[in-house]
Design a protein around this ligand. Structure first.
Ligand code: AMP
Length: 279
């Protein structure tokens, strides 16, 4: 496994690869969710490239950029056992040299949900992903369904800018009790870890109601909200949403594929999760 830090080295290594290239962009502090992306990429491609880059431009001033968990040694050991060929690990200065001034703004689908709570977040995501795609030139790029809005934004980016690659969505990997795996779960103390399950419980409740035939989105949203409000450590609900899976516009009536998503602060960390109904 080669670990490359400079863009020039990465481009040079890419030029020498023959056959398809599967690319998995990450911010490191890897878990089974990330490894699953690499495994799916492995089944589809001759070569696998994983990037580890905690992208400063997608964090707002109140976000956790400096405290975001990092453990490169452990990450590299995990990737080695997954038989990843190349790990691209640029520094922030390498990606954003002095006087860097180009940004990618995907409109509309970035306005709501995470985009509304974290202004500028998706501009940072779209910009870094566009840069990584230009550097790595993947055949296919793999993203987790865990970050549902990010997936919609990246698909739109690739379609609108006619990028020459395919975006593949990989289902969310969960802990045995249902909690979606996330690098930020490390912030949860044991009590908060138990409370964090409320996100999955609320999503399961939505699915149960939908399976019983409930199609009124307000009814499902309010049932989910009261379940979460009954959880003492659920400090703050940022949103509980039932939206058109393609446009992310909020639905009144669930008459098409919908993404049910939520963001809740449990203790210090802010957790997000989602499920798809009717796809
Ligand atoms: P991150 O390192 O959190 O930026 O995530 C890198 C990639 O891994 C993104 O495409 C995420 O959607 C994906 N990912 C994160 N957590 C999970 C999970 N629990 N299951 C599947 N994919 C995930």
């Amino acid at each position: 496994m080669r670990v490359l830090h400079s863009i020039a080295e990465m481009k040079e290594a890419r030029r020498k690869l023959r056959g398809s290239v599967g690319f998995v962009p990450t911010m490191g502090y890897l878990h089974e969710g990330h490894l699953d992306l690499a495994r799916v990429a492995r089944t589809d491609n001759r070569n696998i490239i994983v990037s580890i880059f905690v992208n400063p431009t997608q964090f707002g001033p109140k976000d956790d950029y400096t405290s975001y968990p990092r453990d490169t040694k452990r990450d590299l050991t995990m990737l080695k056992s997954e038989k990843v060929g190349i790990v691209f690990m640029p520094s922030a200065e390498e990606m954003y040299p002095p006087r860097y001034s180009t940004w990618v703004d995907v409109e509309k689908v970035t306005e709501r949900l995470e985009g509304a709570i974290r202004p500028g977040h998706f501009r940072g995501v779209a910009t870094v992903v566009a840069k990584l795609f230009n550097i790595v030139e993947p055949t296919k790029a793999y993203f987790g369904q865990k970050d549902a809005q990010q997936l919609v934004v990246i698909k739109k980016l690739v379609a609108d800018l006619n990028m020459n690659l395919e975006v593949i969505a990989v289902p969310t990997v969960r802990e045995p009790d249902g909690l979606a795996m996330s690098s930020r779960n490390v912030y949860l103390d044991p009590e908060e870890r138990k409370s964090a399950l409320v996100l999955y419980k609320a999503l399961t409740l939505a699915q149960k109601l939908w399976r019983k035939g409930e199609r009124n989105a307000d009814v499902i949203r309010s049932e989910m909200t009261s379940l979460i409000q009954n959880e003492p450590r659920a400090a703050k609900i940022d949103y509980v949403s039932i939206a058109n899976a393609e446009t992310l516009e909020e639905l009144k009536n669930i008459d098409r594929p919908a993404v049910v998503s939520l963001a809740v602060k449990i203790g210090k960390p802010r957790l997000i999760d989602n499920i798809i109904l009717g796809a």
